[in-house]
Design a protein around this ligand. Structure first.
Ligand SMILES: NC(=O)c1ccc[n+]([C@@H]2O[C@H](COP(=O)([O-])OP(=O)(O)OC[C@H]3O[C@@H](n4cnc5c(N)ncnc54)[C@H](O)[C@@H]3O)[C@@H](O)[C@H]2O)c1
Length: 374
């Protein structure tokens, strides 16, 4: 990030759990200046500003319209409950602001398409809060798969076992509701679905899924499983749940290719990685060290610091994309496409059938209302 250019102004709208990661990231990057925070609850705003040194005097607003109209921020960070993303993201772009938009982009396929189209029309950049794309090594793997280094991609999977208990769901009324959040797939797994599809380098053409409520007392699913068929014929399987132990968070992906097998993930905060290639004599080679060194050479220590707070990588990427007029790594298309795929997954569960993607008719999480009551 260049420090010779005037810093870009940022406002954060929504001062809850994830906003702390945003503020920490902003505090570490010289090219960004926090211009204001917004929350309908002034105590949340104060708590956020007190969580990182040096921000106590930041202006606080309770109305996002007023904040955007007054500050005219270069970047609006949207960290409110998911059901509010659409209205705030639209308003910010209509007023010329770039976005760091938390996942999921919106709660319906049509809204996601609107946001994607608005970004193209206004040339506002959107960096999605798809943190997994910003982990070290992931981008190198993606480039190598795309270049054909590992041959044909056969299949892949993700497991997101992100245990959340009743205390988490009870911490805010919107959590686990169809209207404002969705369940374990929509909230905790959507960015992993985005990652897997991105790594496998082909668009989903159909989805088949089942969802269930096992342990958590919420409206939406606490467990979901799905299979996607990609345009290139590869299959992707998805497991996403919050019905596991909150003290044992784990998330991982594996991509299987003709000449390579790549697994990465985190288990109770510890990263793990296994990258193997297969040579023409049928011998396997472990490539972990090679990738770790290459990432250090190409991304420097900064890329490893992003493993601790991937939002730092997202802000850095957004800054560069605004200054250089390029697209962020997790761009508006990633936000739209992942919501479209997720809506296909829910539609498949609801209608008990395979669903073609991209959707030709709108579907939203609200269409799932009453699913577990019927
Ligand atoms: N990328 C990630 O790793 C990640 C992690 C956690 C959450 N998220 C996403 O971030 C979003 C927020 O999640 P959270 O856990 O921080 O929620 P939260 O409930 O902890 O915080 C949301 C905040 O928004 C405020 N708010 C509500 N309505 C508002 C409005 N109209 N104007 C201004 N502020 C308003 C609330 O008062 C609250 O302080 C969700 O979309 C979630 O999916 C992303």
């Amino acid at each position: 990030m260049a420090d010779t250019v005037k810093p870009l102004s940022v406002i954060i709208i929504g001062c809850g759990r994830v906003a702390v990661k945003h503020l920490k990231a902003i505090s570490k990057l010289k090219g960004l200046r926090l211009a204001a925070v917004v929350d309908t609850n002034s105590d949340s705003a104060k708590r956020l500003l007190a969580s990182v040194k040096g921000f106590a005097n930041t202006p606080v607003y309770s109305d996002y319209h007023e904040a955007i109209d007054t500050v005219k921020p270069d970047i609006t960070s949207v960290t409110v409950p998911s059901g509010l993303h659409y209205q705030i993201a639209s308003y910010a772009m209509e007023h010329g602001s770039n976005l760091l938009l938390e996942k999921p982009m919106t709660m319906s396929a049509s809204e996601a398409k609107d946001i994607y189209n608005l970004a193209r029309k206004t040339n506002c950049k959107i960096a999605m809060g798809h943190i997994y794309r910003y982990f070290p090594i992931v981008g190198l793997i993606r480039d190598d798969i795309a270049k054909g280094v590992y041959g044909k991609v056969t299949h892949g999977n993700i497991n997101v076992r992100w245990g959340h208990d009743e205390a988490y769901y009870g911490s805010a009324a919107w959590r686990g509701t169809w209207k404002s959040d969705g369940g374990a797939l929509m909230n905790q797994t959507i960015h992993a679905i985005d990652l897997l599809v991105w790594l496998m380098g082909s668009e989903p053409v159909s989805a088949e899924a089942m969802i269930s409520q096992r342990l958590r007392n919420i409206e939406a699913e606490d467990l979901g499983m799905a299979i996607l068929r990609l345009e290139n014929g590869a299959l992707a399987s998805i497991e996403g749940t919050t019905a596991t132990f909150p003290s044992k968070h784990m998330a991982d992906f594996t991509v299987f290719c003709e000449k390579g097998m790549i697994t990465m993930g985190i288990d109770s905060n510890k990263p793990h990685i296994k990258i193997f290639s297969l040579d023409e004599n049928g011998k396997t080679h472990k490539l972990n060290g090679k990738y770790i060194r290459r990432q250090l050479k190409e991304g420097g220590l900064f890329s490893y610091k992003c493993a601790l707070n991937p939002h730092m990588g997202i802000y850095n990427d957004l800054y560069n994309s605004i200054v250089n007029n390029t697209q962020p790594i997790a761009d508006a298309y990633a936000g739209y496409s992942s919501v479209d795929t997720m809506m296909g997954i829910y539609k498949s569960a609801k209608e008990n059938c395979q669903v073609s993607l991209p959707l030709t008719e709108d579907f939203s999480t609200v269409d799932m209302t009453g699913y577990f009551q019927s």
